[in-house]
Design a protein around this ligand. Structure first.
Ligand SMILES: *[C@@H]1O[C@H](CO)[C@@H](O)[C@H](O)[C@H]1NC(C)=O
Ligand SMILES: *[C@@H]1O[C@H](CO)[C@@H](O)[C@H](O)[C@H]1NC(C)=O
Ligand SMILES: *[C@@H]1O[C@H](CO)[C@@H](O)[C@H](O)[C@H]1NC(C)=O
Length: 391
Protein backbone atom coordinates (compact mmCIF):
# COMPACT_ATOMS: atom_id res chain seq x y z
CA UNK A 1 0.00 0.00 0.00
CA UNK A 2 2.63 2.64 0.81
CA UNK A 3 4.14 2.00 -2.59
CA UNK A 4 0.94 2.29 -4.56
CA UNK A 5 1.89 5.53 -6.19
CA UNK A 6 5.09 4.00 -7.43
CA UNK A 7 3.26 1.98 -9.99
CA UNK A 8 2.80 5.30 -11.76
CA UNK A 9 6.42 6.15 -11.51
CA UNK A 10 9.24 4.99 -13.62
CA UNK A 11 12.84 5.77 -13.89
CA UNK A 12 15.01 5.90 -16.90
CA UNK A 13 18.03 7.57 -18.11
CA UNK A 14 21.66 7.87 -17.72
CA UNK A 15 23.42 7.83 -14.43
CA UNK A 16 26.53 9.85 -14.24
CA UNK A 17 28.54 8.96 -11.23
CA UNK A 18 31.23 11.45 -10.71
CA UNK A 19 33.32 11.28 -7.66
CA UNK A 20 34.23 14.66 -6.40
CA UNK A 21 35.83 15.72 -3.18
CA UNK A 22 34.16 18.82 -1.89
CA UNK A 23 36.47 21.44 -0.52
CA UNK A 24 35.18 21.69 3.01
CA UNK A 25 36.16 24.67 5.08
CA UNK A 26 36.67 22.49 8.13
CA UNK A 27 38.98 19.85 6.82
CA UNK A 28 37.24 16.56 7.19
CA UNK A 29 35.02 16.64 4.12
CA UNK A 30 33.82 13.24 2.96
CA UNK A 31 34.28 12.29 -0.69
CA UNK A 32 31.01 12.73 -2.57
CA UNK A 33 29.29 11.08 -5.51
CA UNK A 34 26.56 12.25 -7.85
CA UNK A 35 23.84 10.42 -9.69
CA UNK A 36 21.22 11.67 -12.17
CA UNK A 37 17.85 10.05 -12.63
CA UNK A 38 14.82 10.80 -14.62
CA UNK A 39 11.70 10.83 -12.46
CA UNK A 40 8.30 10.35 -14.02
CA UNK A 41 5.91 12.50 -12.04
CA UNK A 42 3.01 10.72 -10.44
CA UNK A 43 1.35 14.05 -9.78
CA UNK A 44 0.93 16.37 -12.70
CA UNK A 45 1.03 19.33 -10.35
CA UNK A 46 4.54 18.54 -9.12
CA UNK A 47 6.09 21.36 -11.08
CA UNK A 48 4.91 24.54 -12.68
CA UNK A 49 6.57 26.13 -15.63
CA UNK A 50 7.27 29.77 -16.09
CA UNK A 51 4.18 31.39 -17.51
CA UNK A 52 1.36 29.12 -18.52
CA UNK A 53 3.28 26.19 -19.89
CA UNK A 54 2.17 22.77 -18.76
CA UNK A 55 4.05 20.53 -16.42
CA UNK A 56 6.61 18.36 -18.14
CA UNK A 57 7.28 14.85 -17.05
CA UNK A 58 9.75 13.31 -16.44
CA UNK A 59 11.86 15.67 -14.35
CA UNK A 60 15.57 15.01 -14.04
CA UNK A 61 16.76 14.91 -10.50
CA UNK A 62 20.30 14.90 -9.31
CA UNK A 63 21.43 13.25 -6.10
CA UNK A 64 24.57 14.25 -4.18
CA UNK A 65 25.78 11.98 -1.39
CA UNK A 66 28.85 10.86 0.52
CA UNK A 67 30.26 7.83 -1.30
CA UNK A 68 30.78 6.02 2.00
CA UNK A 69 27.02 6.24 2.59
CA UNK A 70 24.64 8.87 3.93
CA UNK A 71 24.48 9.42 7.67
CA UNK A 72 21.21 7.68 8.66
CA UNK A 73 20.70 10.10 11.59
CA UNK A 74 20.50 13.10 9.30
CA UNK A 75 17.49 14.28 7.32
CA UNK A 76 17.83 14.40 3.55
CA UNK A 77 17.80 17.81 1.94
CA UNK A 78 15.60 18.97 -0.92
CA UNK A 79 16.93 21.95 -2.86
CA UNK A 80 14.02 24.24 -3.74
CA UNK A 81 15.51 26.29 -6.56
CA UNK A 82 14.69 29.88 -7.42
CA UNK A 83 12.79 30.94 -10.53
CA UNK A 84 14.82 30.62 -13.74
CA UNK A 85 17.66 28.99 -11.86
CA UNK A 86 18.65 25.42 -12.62
CA UNK A 87 19.04 22.86 -9.88
CA UNK A 88 22.65 22.56 -10.94
CA UNK A 89 23.24 26.24 -10.18
CA UNK A 90 23.58 25.12 -6.56
CA UNK A 91 26.10 22.35 -7.16
CA UNK A 92 28.83 23.81 -4.95
CA UNK A 93 26.47 24.08 -1.96
CA UNK A 94 24.93 20.64 -2.54
CA UNK A 95 28.39 19.02 -2.69
CA UNK A 96 29.39 20.77 0.52
CA UNK A 97 26.34 19.39 2.28
CA UNK A 98 26.91 15.90 0.86
CA UNK A 99 30.47 16.06 2.17
CA UNK A 100 28.97 16.54 5.66
CA UNK A 101 26.94 13.33 5.42
CA UNK A 102 23.71 14.43 3.73
CA UNK A 103 21.84 13.22 0.72
CA UNK A 104 20.89 16.36 -1.21
CA UNK A 105 18.42 16.33 -4.09
CA UNK A 106 18.02 18.92 -6.83
CA UNK A 107 15.69 18.89 -9.82
CA UNK A 108 17.41 19.87 -13.05
CA UNK A 109 16.13 20.81 -16.46
CA UNK A 110 13.80 18.32 -18.01
CA UNK A 111 14.38 19.13 -21.64
CA UNK A 112 17.93 19.03 -22.90
CA UNK A 113 16.89 21.13 -25.86
CA UNK A 114 13.88 23.40 -26.40
CA UNK A 115 10.89 21.41 -27.63
CA UNK A 116 9.63 22.19 -31.09
CA UNK A 117 6.04 23.10 -31.61
CA UNK A 118 4.67 23.57 -35.15
CA UNK A 119 8.25 23.50 -36.34
CA UNK A 120 9.19 26.44 -34.13
CA UNK A 121 11.46 26.76 -31.16
CA UNK A 122 8.36 27.56 -29.21
CA UNK A 123 9.69 28.12 -25.74
CA UNK A 124 13.03 29.66 -26.44
CA UNK A 125 13.38 33.19 -25.23
CA UNK A 126 15.16 34.85 -28.12
CA UNK A 127 16.13 37.85 -26.04
CA UNK A 128 18.48 36.10 -23.69
CA UNK A 129 18.79 32.65 -25.28
CA UNK A 130 17.45 31.03 -22.20
CA UNK A 131 15.26 28.03 -22.63
CA UNK A 132 12.42 28.95 -20.32
CA UNK A 133 10.85 25.52 -20.60
CA UNK A 134 13.92 23.83 -19.26
CA UNK A 135 13.59 25.26 -15.76
CA UNK A 136 11.87 23.28 -13.10
CA UNK A 137 9.75 25.43 -10.85
CA UNK A 138 9.11 23.16 -7.95
CA UNK A 139 5.77 22.80 -6.34
CA UNK A 140 5.59 21.15 -2.95
CA UNK A 141 4.24 17.94 -4.44
CA UNK A 142 7.58 17.26 -6.13
CA UNK A 143 8.82 16.62 -2.60
CA UNK A 144 6.12 13.94 -2.30
CA UNK A 145 7.41 12.31 -5.48
CA UNK A 146 11.06 12.41 -4.40
CA UNK A 147 10.07 11.10 -0.97
CA UNK A 148 8.32 8.13 -2.61
CA UNK A 149 11.41 7.43 -4.67
CA UNK A 150 13.72 7.53 -1.64
CA UNK A 151 11.36 5.38 0.37
CA UNK A 152 11.67 2.75 -2.34
CA UNK A 153 15.44 3.10 -2.69
CA UNK A 154 15.88 2.67 1.06
CA UNK A 155 13.50 -0.26 1.26
CA UNK A 156 15.06 -3.70 1.58
CA UNK A 157 12.72 -4.80 -1.17
CA UNK A 158 13.66 -1.99 -3.54
CA UNK A 159 14.82 -4.18 -6.43
CA UNK A 160 11.53 -6.02 -6.53
CA UNK A 161 9.36 -2.95 -6.01
CA UNK A 162 11.19 -0.85 -8.50
CA UNK A 163 13.89 -2.45 -10.60
CA UNK A 164 16.22 0.38 -11.45
CA UNK A 165 18.95 -0.99 -13.69
CA UNK A 166 20.04 2.60 -14.44
CA UNK A 167 21.06 3.45 -10.92
CA UNK A 168 24.57 2.39 -10.13
CA UNK A 169 25.00 -0.18 -7.46
CA UNK A 170 27.39 1.96 -5.45
CA UNK A 171 24.85 4.79 -5.51
CA UNK A 172 22.18 2.37 -4.29
CA UNK A 173 24.55 1.32 -1.57
CA UNK A 174 25.34 4.87 -0.50
CA UNK A 175 21.63 5.72 -0.33
CA UNK A 176 20.20 2.62 1.26
CA UNK A 177 20.35 3.92 4.84
CA UNK A 178 18.78 7.30 4.15
CA UNK A 179 16.01 8.23 6.56
CA UNK A 180 13.45 9.09 3.89
CA UNK A 181 11.00 10.28 6.57
CA UNK A 182 13.17 13.14 7.79
CA UNK A 183 13.37 16.12 5.46
CA UNK A 184 14.92 19.58 5.46
CA UNK A 185 14.41 22.18 2.75
CA UNK A 186 17.10 24.51 1.50
CA UNK A 187 15.34 27.11 -0.55
CA UNK A 188 16.20 30.04 -2.76
CA UNK A 189 13.86 32.87 -3.72
CA UNK A 190 10.68 31.43 -5.32
CA UNK A 191 11.60 28.08 -3.74
CA UNK A 192 11.41 29.82 -0.36
CA UNK A 193 7.77 30.79 -0.94
CA UNK A 194 6.95 27.11 -1.40
CA UNK A 195 9.12 26.01 1.52
CA UNK A 196 7.41 28.39 3.96
CA UNK A 197 3.93 27.33 2.78
CA UNK A 198 4.94 23.71 3.40
CA UNK A 199 6.11 24.45 6.93
CA UNK A 200 3.09 26.53 7.93
CA UNK A 201 0.59 23.97 6.65
CA UNK A 202 -0.79 26.39 4.07
CA UNK A 203 -0.10 23.81 1.38
CA UNK A 204 -2.63 21.43 2.87
CA UNK A 205 -5.46 23.92 3.01
CA UNK A 206 -7.96 23.08 0.30
CA UNK A 207 -7.71 25.25 -2.75
CA UNK A 208 -4.80 27.17 -1.28
CA UNK A 209 -1.86 28.20 -3.37
CA UNK A 210 -2.19 25.40 -5.92
CA UNK A 211 0.43 27.01 -8.13
CA UNK A 212 2.94 26.80 -5.35
CA UNK A 213 1.90 23.62 -3.58
CA UNK A 214 0.43 21.37 -6.23
CA UNK A 215 -1.33 18.45 -4.59
CA UNK A 216 1.12 18.28 -1.70
CA UNK A 217 0.19 16.00 1.15
CA UNK A 218 1.95 16.05 4.51
CA UNK A 219 4.67 13.45 4.77
CA UNK A 220 4.71 11.69 8.10
CA UNK A 221 7.14 9.28 9.68
CA UNK A 222 6.24 5.93 11.27
CA UNK A 223 5.21 7.67 14.48
CA UNK A 224 2.87 9.98 12.61
CA UNK A 225 5.07 13.04 13.09
CA UNK A 226 5.60 15.53 10.28
CA UNK A 227 8.69 14.47 8.33
CA UNK A 228 9.57 18.12 7.63
CA UNK A 229 12.08 19.33 10.19
CA UNK A 230 12.63 22.83 8.90
CA UNK A 231 14.01 25.09 6.23
CA UNK A 232 16.80 27.50 5.45
CA UNK A 233 15.33 30.02 3.03
CA UNK A 234 17.73 32.32 1.19
CA UNK A 235 15.94 35.53 0.11
CA UNK A 236 12.70 33.58 -0.20
CA UNK A 237 9.61 33.97 1.98
CA UNK A 238 5.87 33.71 2.07
CA UNK A 239 3.42 36.00 3.81
CA UNK A 240 4.25 38.12 6.85
CA UNK A 241 3.02 37.03 10.26
CA UNK A 242 3.11 33.29 9.65
CA UNK A 243 3.26 30.73 12.45
CA UNK A 244 5.76 27.88 12.21
CA UNK A 245 4.64 24.79 14.16
CA UNK A 246 6.51 23.71 17.29
CA UNK A 247 9.42 21.44 16.60
CA UNK A 248 10.26 22.95 13.22
CA UNK A 249 12.97 25.49 12.48
CA UNK A 250 12.99 28.26 9.91
CA UNK A 251 15.96 30.44 9.09
CA UNK A 252 15.57 33.44 6.86
CA UNK A 253 18.92 34.13 5.26
CA UNK A 254 19.77 37.09 3.08
CA UNK A 255 22.52 38.87 1.24
CA UNK A 256 23.55 42.40 2.05
CA UNK A 257 20.92 44.30 0.02
CA UNK A 258 17.74 42.62 1.22
CA UNK A 259 15.36 44.04 3.89
CA UNK A 260 12.42 41.74 3.31
CA UNK A 261 13.94 38.67 4.91
CA UNK A 262 14.43 40.59 8.16
CA UNK A 263 10.90 41.97 7.97
CA UNK A 264 9.57 38.40 7.58
CA UNK A 265 11.76 37.27 10.47
CA UNK A 266 10.40 40.09 12.64
CA UNK A 267 6.80 38.99 12.09
CA UNK A 268 7.17 35.19 12.01
CA UNK A 269 6.08 33.29 15.11
CA UNK A 270 7.51 29.97 16.18
CA UNK A 271 9.84 28.00 18.38
CA UNK A 272 12.97 28.36 16.36
CA UNK A 273 13.00 31.25 13.92
CA UNK A 274 16.36 32.75 13.04
CA UNK A 275 17.80 35.38 10.75
CA UNK A 276 21.23 35.57 9.17
CA UNK A 277 22.34 38.41 6.93
CA UNK A 278 25.58 37.86 5.07
CA UNK A 279 28.17 40.61 5.15
CA UNK A 280 28.43 40.45 1.38
CA UNK A 281 26.62 38.75 -1.45
CA UNK A 282 23.48 39.61 -3.37
CA UNK A 283 20.30 37.68 -4.23
CA UNK A 284 22.32 34.97 -6.00
CA UNK A 285 24.95 34.44 -3.30
CA UNK A 286 23.67 30.91 -2.67
CA UNK A 287 24.26 29.90 -6.31
CA UNK A 288 27.52 28.94 -8.01
CA UNK A 289 27.52 32.12 -10.05
CA UNK A 290 29.89 34.99 -9.41
CA UNK A 291 31.01 37.93 -11.51
CA UNK A 292 33.85 35.94 -13.05
CA UNK A 293 31.33 33.64 -14.70
CA UNK A 294 28.19 35.78 -14.82
CA UNK A 295 28.12 39.57 -14.68
CA UNK A 296 26.85 41.03 -11.45
CA UNK A 297 26.64 37.68 -9.70
CA UNK A 298 23.40 36.54 -11.25
CA UNK A 299 22.30 33.16 -12.56
CA UNK A 300 22.43 33.78 -16.33
CA UNK A 301 18.74 33.28 -17.11
CA UNK A 302 17.33 34.73 -13.92
CA UNK A 303 15.99 38.21 -13.36
CA UNK A 304 17.89 41.23 -12.17
CA UNK A 305 16.77 41.96 -8.64
CA UNK A 306 15.95 45.61 -8.15
CA UNK A 307 17.31 45.86 -4.61
CA UNK A 308 20.72 44.45 -5.60
CA UNK A 309 23.56 46.79 -6.46
CA UNK A 310 24.26 46.22 -10.18
CA UNK A 311 27.90 47.02 -9.52
CA UNK A 312 28.30 44.38 -6.82
CA UNK A 313 31.69 42.69 -7.05
CA UNK A 314 32.99 39.54 -5.52
CA UNK A 315 35.59 36.94 -6.32
CA UNK A 316 35.20 33.22 -6.83
CA UNK A 317 37.02 32.42 -3.60
CA UNK A 318 34.85 34.86 -1.62
CA UNK A 319 31.78 33.30 -3.19
CA UNK A 320 32.93 29.84 -2.17
CA UNK A 321 33.71 31.02 1.35
CA UNK A 322 30.14 32.32 1.67
CA UNK A 323 28.67 29.06 0.40
CA UNK A 324 30.92 27.11 2.77
CA UNK A 325 29.38 29.22 5.52
CA UNK A 326 25.81 28.58 4.28
CA UNK A 327 26.57 24.84 4.27
CA UNK A 328 28.13 24.94 7.76
CA UNK A 329 25.22 27.00 9.11
CA UNK A 330 22.65 24.62 7.57
CA UNK A 331 24.48 21.61 8.98
CA UNK A 332 24.64 23.24 12.42
CA UNK A 333 20.98 24.23 12.60
CA UNK A 334 19.99 20.70 11.54
CA UNK A 335 22.28 18.98 14.04
CA UNK A 336 21.36 21.36 16.88
CA UNK A 337 17.61 21.02 16.38
CA UNK A 338 17.15 17.49 15.02
CA UNK A 339 20.00 15.70 16.81
CA UNK A 340 20.33 17.96 19.88
CA UNK A 341 24.02 18.25 19.09
CA UNK A 342 25.71 20.53 21.62
CA UNK A 343 28.70 21.48 19.49
CA UNK A 344 26.36 22.54 16.72
CA UNK A 345 24.25 24.53 19.20
CA UNK A 346 27.32 26.32 20.44
CA UNK A 347 28.39 27.09 16.86
CA UNK A 348 25.00 28.67 16.19
CA UNK A 349 24.92 30.76 19.34
CA UNK A 350 28.54 31.87 19.46
CA UNK A 351 30.35 31.40 16.15
CA UNK A 352 27.62 32.48 13.74
CA UNK A 353 27.05 35.98 15.20
CA UNK A 354 30.80 36.56 15.34
CA UNK A 355 31.66 35.33 11.88
CA UNK A 356 33.24 37.95 9.62
CA UNK A 357 30.86 36.70 6.92
CA UNK A 358 27.82 37.72 8.95
CA UNK A 359 26.52 41.28 9.08
CA UNK A 360 23.60 40.56 11.34
CA UNK A 361 22.46 37.40 13.08
CA UNK A 362 19.42 36.78 15.23
CA UNK A 363 20.01 33.40 16.74
CA UNK A 364 17.67 31.98 19.30
CA UNK A 365 18.56 29.86 22.30
CA UNK A 366 14.99 28.50 22.08
CA UNK A 367 16.12 26.48 19.06
CA UNK A 368 18.78 24.58 20.86
CA UNK A 369 17.74 24.52 24.48
CA UNK A 370 17.65 20.72 24.62
CA UNK A 371 21.22 20.51 23.41
CA UNK A 372 22.66 22.95 25.83
CA UNK A 373 22.48 21.06 29.13
CA UNK A 374 25.10 22.94 31.18
CA UNK A 375 25.07 26.00 29.05
CA UNK A 376 21.31 26.53 29.45
CA UNK A 377 21.70 28.05 32.92
CA UNK A 378 24.33 30.38 31.68
CA UNK A 379 22.24 31.72 28.83
CA UNK A 380 18.97 31.75 30.78
CA UNK A 381 19.46 35.32 31.93
CA UNK A 382 20.55 36.56 28.53
CA UNK A 383 18.01 37.96 26.10
CA UNK A 384 16.37 35.25 24.05
CA UNK A 385 17.64 36.65 20.86
CA UNK A 386 21.23 37.59 20.52
CA UNK A 387 21.86 40.13 17.88
CA UNK A 388 25.23 41.14 16.64
CA UNK A 389 25.68 43.76 14.03
CA UNK A 390 28.98 44.15 12.32
CA UNK A 391 29.80 46.87 9.87
C1 LIG B 1 -4.10 17.59 -8.49
O1 LIG B 1 -4.87 18.74 -8.41
C2 LIG B 1 -5.52 19.09 -9.60
C3 LIG B 1 -6.13 20.44 -9.44
O2 LIG B 1 -6.60 20.67 -8.15
C4 LIG B 1 -6.52 18.00 -9.92
O3 LIG B 1 -7.21 18.31 -11.11
C5 LIG B 1 -5.77 16.71 -10.08
O4 LIG B 1 -6.67 15.65 -10.30
C6 LIG B 1 -4.93 16.39 -8.89
N1 LIG B 1 -4.07 15.27 -9.21
C7 LIG B 1 -3.86 14.27 -8.40
C8 LIG B 1 -2.93 13.19 -8.86
O5 LIG B 1 -4.41 14.17 -7.33
C1 LIG C 1 13.15 44.17 12.65
O1 LIG C 1 13.07 44.42 14.04
C2 LIG C 1 14.20 45.10 14.57
C3 LIG C 1 14.05 45.15 16.08
O2 LIG C 1 12.78 45.55 16.43
C4 LIG C 1 14.32 46.46 13.93
O3 LIG C 1 15.46 47.14 14.43
C5 LIG C 1 14.46 46.29 12.44
O4 LIG C 1 14.50 47.53 11.80
C6 LIG C 1 13.30 45.47 11.89
N1 LIG C 1 13.59 45.22 10.50
C7 LIG C 1 12.71 45.35 9.53
C8 LIG C 1 13.19 45.17 8.14
O5 LIG C 1 11.54 45.61 9.72
C1 LIG D 1 20.70 43.42 -15.58
O1 LIG D 1 21.60 44.32 -14.97
C2 LIG D 1 22.80 44.52 -15.68
C3 LIG D 1 23.66 45.43 -14.84
O2 LIG D 1 23.02 46.60 -14.54
C4 LIG D 1 22.52 45.09 -17.06
O3 LIG D 1 23.72 45.20 -17.80
C5 LIG D 1 21.56 44.16 -17.80
O4 LIG D 1 21.20 44.73 -19.04
C6 LIG D 1 20.32 43.92 -16.95
N1 LIG D 1 19.49 42.94 -17.63
C7 LIG D 1 18.18 43.08 -17.75
C8 LIG D 1 17.47 41.98 -18.48
O5 LIG D 1 17.59 44.05 -17.34
Amino acid sequence: MPFKRLTLLWLTGAVALSAAVAQGAHGKALPTGESSLSLELSDQTATQSSGKMPTRSPVNIKLFYPTQGVDPDLPWIMMMNGANCYGQDYTYLLRQLASKGYLTVAPTQFHPAPPMQDGKDFFKDQADHCDKDSFVIITASLVNDVHNLLKTLSSSDSQRLLPIPQIQLDAMDALKNVDSDSIVLVAHSAGGVTAVDMLTGKCEEKGEAEQVCGNYTTITDRKGRNALKGAVAFEGYGASGVQIPDGMFLTYMAGQYNDQAEEKFNTTKGDCIQYVELAAGNHYAITDWNPDTAPHQKAPCAANISHDDPNFKTTESEQEERIDFIASYTDAVVRATVLNDQTAASYLLHDVPNSHLVRKAKVSSKCVVASLHDESKQIAHKPEQQSVTQV
